[in-house]
Design a protein around this ligand. Structure first.
Ligand SMILES: [Zn+2]
Ligand SMILES: [Zn+2]
Length: 210
């Protein structure tokens, strides 16, 4: 098994099981604990894992990962990422791309959909982490914009999202509806540009909003 394959399997295991022990991983993959150590160091550096005694757990506390990920930039608009709103794309080759919020994350997800193995996003209210494709999204609420416009808020529980809409308005979208919605809204800005132009346009748009 190639190192990046092992890393990807560990990542998937972490998403599923939330806690992993180095000793158990070392046995499961038949490699030394030192090797597993190096693997999980990468996951910690990416901000998806946190060190525990003898292993790692899925990073759930945005404040601790923000210390490590200080100054991380959005893959799409280059805005500094606030881990509370981050949308992380886990690619099939094992790399992770981080977007500042569900807005940029969903656009990026759509752009490189065939390379994405999973994506993680935080619940807007509860700050729990879930797989982006299982979340519900609220667009167009009256809440002030926290990151990018149009603002898209992620909710793990569609029922809670509906209650949120009763108070703060907006429209409930499934993952696929949210992808389509953004594609329509951003068609002109996000296509027919090379990457540099895209990033410049996007950051200019951001500074206009600040
Ligand atoms: Zn962004
Ligand atoms: Zn954003």
């Amino acid at each position: 098994m190639l190192p990046h394959e092992r890393l990807q399997l560990i990542r998937e295991k972490l998403l599923k099981e939330k806690h992993l022990k180095i000793s158990a991983l070392s046995q499961a993959f038949n490699v030394s604990e030192m090797t597993i150590h190096r693997d999980i160091k990468k996951l910690i550096a990416e901000g998806i894992a946190e060190k525990t005694f003898g292993g790692v757990r899925l990073a759930l506390d945005p404040s601790t990962s923000s210390k490590r990920k200080n100054g991380e930039r959005c893959i799409l608009c280059e805005k500094t990422v606030d881990p509370k709103h981050a949308y992380r794309l886990i690619l099939k080759d094992g790399t992770i791309e981080t977007a500042c919020c569900a807005h940029c994350g969903l656009i990026r997800h759509k752009q490189i959909a065939s390379q994405v193995s999973d994506a993680l996003v935080h619940d807007f209210l509860l700050h729990t982490t879930g797989s982006a494709s299982t979340m519900s999204y609220v667009i167009g609420s009256v809440l002030p914009t926290l990151c990018c416009q149009p603002q898209i808020l992620a909710f793990q529980d569609a029922h809670i999202a509906k209650h949120f809409i009763l108070g703060f308005q907006g429209k409930l979208l499934s993952f696929h509806e949210a992808l389509l919605h953004l594609e329509h809204m951003t068609h002109i800005e996000h296509h027919e540009h090379n990457d540099d132009e895209l990033q410049t346009t996007a950051s200019m748009r951001h500074s206009n909003h600040l």
